[in-house]
Design a protein around this ligand. Structure first.
Ligand SMILES: Nc1ncnc2c1ncn2[C@@H]1O[C@H](COP(=O)(O)OP(=O)(O)OP(=O)(O)O)[C@@H](O)[C@H]1O
Length: 708
């Protein structure tokens, strides 16, 4: 047939060998038996599933719980029995008193132990002769008893004229004894069978009552109720024991049940309870303070619900434990809002500011105290500072000069109350604020020079967001910077002066600052305030800046407040507020007065006043010093003078201004004027010629500058 085929291609491709068809193999029937590996996996899963199943867990919890009750109950009963028979109890209490450092109590327990041992010895000695005495007493008792019964029998026989009645009472007794034996024989069997179960039930009940089962094995309801459970001595002692401080744990174990001896009475304190804990020797109060979070968790509370402070008594910590969730409840409106007739008294009054943690009203006296409030941004700093100012504004004698270096209107309601109100964040506002504080200095100096006994109205300077002033880079015509914390820094120096001498003449400064650092809140400024207040802060070192080391070492912990949640909660270190004895600080939840309410209170303050014209800038104060001219004066007739000597003369002439000047401040001013100090014989001197030349040059330049 191939001959008849006409090929369409010249050289048709030779036929490719066809690929062999794939060999199809019959797939084995899926076997019912899973492969060994799958068996393993499946069984593992099944086991894990079964173990994790809630019912299994419940069963495990049930078994462990009830077994623990029985074991724990046995332990408790054995211990009680052991305690009853031996001096173990006295020994334990002796050790507890020793561990708590209470040597007086330890001596008492030792004496009791000694007495117990002596009496026990006497009892044991008595036991040696007891068998003979018992045998004798038994013989005498039996003979007497039989004799008595026979005597009754004789009397009976005489009465009945029947001699057999002589033994009737004796026989009746014998019959009674036989009856009792029969009864005991009948009851004994069931008693022996049921007895162990009754004993077991008794042990279980004791274990249950003493809660000897582990926490996780308790029923879900009991576990859930644990959060916010009432604070009992046992809860506090257990929480302290499990704090992870080895000497504390060992001491509490030594004390056993007597661990509660460490605790003072648990007192209701506001929305929580308060208890003093005297720590055993070897445990420092600081160690407990450092474990606040763990302590709070052990007490089934959140960290912010437990406060640890150090009262006066040695080796003692004071725990304040909030009722669960109580701190998140609002504290209600300010009396300033609710009582529209309220007035204030700068000298004798106290600002109704908020509530302390015990729920008592927290009132602050602002009399002759400089004030500093710090905190992170947006936590209620301005609101709490403003609340104080609003109260004080209700004393018509008080003059306010206010610089708000944020300037979004938080202090706007003081327009018409304050004599100066600067609002804004720019360098120009800082310059105005600096001049405002320098104005306070001028007023302070005027008052200081007044005849003794002169009365002045209180003058309160407020600088909110004072960090803006400290960080301001602007430099004045006299080359002195407005910001910074050098002896030439104008804002800093003005604040220092008010801090140093303003109190006595009622010229006070209240500053609010944010997120403190050494740069935006210099140490001397922090320490110049008498009332130091802190809202939540980021770190402990910031807390130290805000409140001082003493307060933080004594338990003040604004860094442990919750950002965003504890808005308006402040920690205060001041003698202007009632603080529990021995504590260096107190935590206060301030009343929030919003802008509308603040405006209403401000209106009441305005109504009390005769109408105040508020300035939005101040005339530069005359107190601004001319450092270069002062240096020239200090040089006197000398052609050159050692820098130390120049500094000394400056400080003598004007201590308020120059006492804190260092060599670098002097050099800075001289260099800026073009008359830097030079070295002569290896020592730095100020050249009088150069200074005079700089002064002359400045005098030449001044008219030009003025003309511009
Ligand atoms: N006592 C308070 N109780 C509850 N909430 C408050 C309290 N004080 C302030 N707040 C809330 O916090 C917000 C911020 O307050 P405020 O402006 O006083 O904070 P601030 O710390 O001055 O902020 P910043 O310095 O960043 O401007 C308020 O708008 C208010 O909602």
């Amino acid at each position: 047939m191939t001959d008849n085929v006409v090929r369409l291609f010249k050289d048709p491709p030779t036929e490719e060998p066809t690929t062999p068809a794939p060999t199809l193999t019959l797939a084995p029937e899926p076997s019912d038996k899973p492969r060994p590996v799958r068996v393993f996996v499946r069984s593992r899963r099944a086991v894990v599933g079964a173990v994790k199943h809630e019912r299994t867990r419940q069963a495990a919890r049930l078994t462990v719980r009830h077994t623990s009750y029985v074991i724990g109950g046995t332990r408790v009963v054995t211990r009680r029995a052991w305690d009853g028979r031996t001096g173990a109890r006295y020994e334990r209490l002796l050790r507890a008193a020793e561990a708590a450092g209470n040597y007086e109590a330890a001596g008492e327990w030792e004496e009791r132990l000694h007495r117990f041992r002596t009496e026990r010895h006497k009892r044991r000695m008595d036991l040696l002769t007891a068998p003979q005495d018992m045998a004798k007493s038994a013989a005498i008792g039996t003979a007497g008893g039989i004799g008595g019964l026979i005597a009754i029998g004789v009397a009976l026989a005489i009465a009945t004229k029947d001699p057999s009645d002589v033994f009737t009472p004796l026989m009746a007794l014998i019959e009674l004894i036989r009856l009792l034996v029969v009864i005991v024989q009948m009851v004994w069997g069931p008693l022996v069978a049921v007895g162990p179960f009754l004993a077991l039930a008794g042990l279980w009940a004791v274990g249950r009552q003493r809660a000897t089962a582990p926490q996780w094995a308790l029923p879900a309801t009991a576990r859930a109720n644990d959060a916010g459970a009432p604070i009992t001595p046992s809860v506090v002692v257990t929480a302290l024991r499990d704090l992870g401080i080895a000497p504390l744990r060992n001491a509490i174990k030594e004390m056993g049940d007597a661990g509660a001896a460490m605790l003072g009475p648990i007192r209701i304190a506001g929305c929580g309870v308060e208890v003093d804990v005297t720590l055993p020797s070897g445990v420092s109060t600081e160690e407990v303070q450092n474990r606040r979070k763990k302590l709070a968790e052990n007490l089934a509370r959140h960290e912010h619900e437990v406060f640890i402070t150090i009262p006066e008594a040695a080796r003692t910590v004071r725990l304040w434990i909030a009722d669960s969730g109580a701190l998140d409840e609002p504290i209600g409106p300010s009396p300033l809002v609710t009582d529209t007739t309220m007035t204030a008294d700068y000298a004798k009054g106290r600002a109704p500011w908020g509530q302390d943690l015990r729920g008592d009203a927290a009132t602050l006296s602002v009399f002759q105290r400089h004030l500093l409030i710090t905190g992170l941004s947006n936590q209620g700093k301005t609101a709490s500072l403003r609340a104080l100012a609003l109260w004080l504004a209700l004393d018509r004698r008080v003059e306010f000069r206010i610089a708000d270096l944020k300037g979004v209107g938080d202090w706007g309601m003081f327009d018409g109350i304050a004599t100066v109100l600067i609002q804004g964040p720019t360098d120009d506002h800082v310059i105005d604020a600096t001049e405002m504080v320098e104005g306070l200095v001028a007023e302070m100096e005027r008052r200081l020079q007044a005849p003794p006994g002169t009365k002045f109205d209180p003058l309160i300077g407020i600088v909110d967001e004072a960090q803006v002033a400290f960080m301001c880079p602007a430099v004045g015509d006299d080359k002195r910077p407005y910001g910074g914390s050098k002896a030439t820094s104008r804002y800093f120096m003005a604040v220092r002066k008010v801090h140093n001498q303003g109190r006595a003449v009622d010229v006070l400064l209240w500053e609010g600052t944010q997120d403190p650092t050494d740069q935006n809140l210099p140490k001397l400024v922090r320490e110049g305030a008498h009332t130091r207040i802190s809202l939540v802060l980021g770190t402990e070192s910031q807390a130290r800046m805000a409140l001082g080391d003493k307060a933080v070492d004594g338990g003040a912990a604004p860094h442990l407040l919750r950002q965003g949640l504890d808005k308006g909660t402040v920690v205060v270190a001041s003698d202007g507020i009632k603080i529990p004895a021995g504590q260096p600080s107190i935590t206060v939840r301030t009343h929030f007065i919003d802008d509308t309410a603040a405006a209403e209170i401000a209106q009441r303050a305005k109504d009390l006043r005769d109408g105040v014209t508020t300035l939005t800038a101040v005339e530069p104060s005359e107190t601004t010093v001319d450092a270069l001219a002062d240096i020239a004066a200090a040089l006197g007739d000398e052609s050159k003078l050692l820098t130390q000597e120049v500094l000394r003369r400056l400080a003598t002439a004007n201590p308020g201004e120059y006492r804190e000047w260092t060599f670098s401040d002097l050099r800075q001013v001289l260099e800026a004027a073009g008359a830097p100090p030079r070295k002569t014989d290896g020592r730095m001197v100020v050249d009088a010629g150069r200074v005079a030349q700089a002064l002359a040059q400045r005098a030449d330049e001044t008219p030009e500058t003025a003309a511009q």
